[in-house]
Design a protein around this ligand. Structure first.
Ligand code: TYD
Length: 138
């Protein structure tokens, strides 16, 4: 499984750092929604879903967290600990986020508006969904 982690350009000078993200330039999709998670409790695991068509980029803009990616065949764990790193998550990818530092702020850029119909929140349904599409290789 290919993990796509971006290192965004940092515009640093004596005053500090700045990262600018533009759709179709730094981000490979139209950004229709931005949301963020913070004050995540210790030992909390969240996510536990895949999306039928949504694409996302996760940026831990403060603190750190881990993301488990699972395409139904392979799993990868990715650490996000720099504010200039972005993890691309395609559709048809199960994800879990955990190990949030107490100061973690996890920013998500999403290719579409919130739509509960696009979620697959049951792991067995996820496997069935990708198997039916022919994406599940064993
Ligand atoms: P939830 O999907 O449980 O978060 P995750 O699975 O990523 O841990 O979302 C928590 C709540 O926030 C839930 O009531 C739905 C709501 N929500 C929105 O209203 N808009 C959004 O864009 C997102 C991501 C969640």
């Amino acid at each position: 499984m290919q993990v796509l982690k971006y290192a965004f350009q940092q515009h640093g000078d004596s005053r500090g750092q700045l990262v600018a993200l533009e759709e179709f330039k730094d981000i490979p999709f139209e950004i229709k929604r931005v949301y963020y998670m913070y004050d995540t409790g210790e030992n909390v695991h969240r996510g536990f879903h895949a999306h039928k068509s949504l694409e996302q980029i996760l940026i831990c803009i403060h603190g750190s967290c881990k993301v488990l990616l699972d395409n139904g065949t392979e799993k990868k764990i990715v650490s996000l600990e720099k504010p200039y790193e972005g993890l691309y998550i395609s559709n048809d990818m199960w994800r879990e986020m955990y190990d949030f530092s107490s100061d973690a702020v996890l920013l998500v850029l999403a290719s579409d508006y919130y739509n509960e119909e696009d979620y697959i929140r049951n792991y067995d349904e996820f496997i069935k969904f990708i198997t039916d599409k022919g994406e599940h290789k064993l």
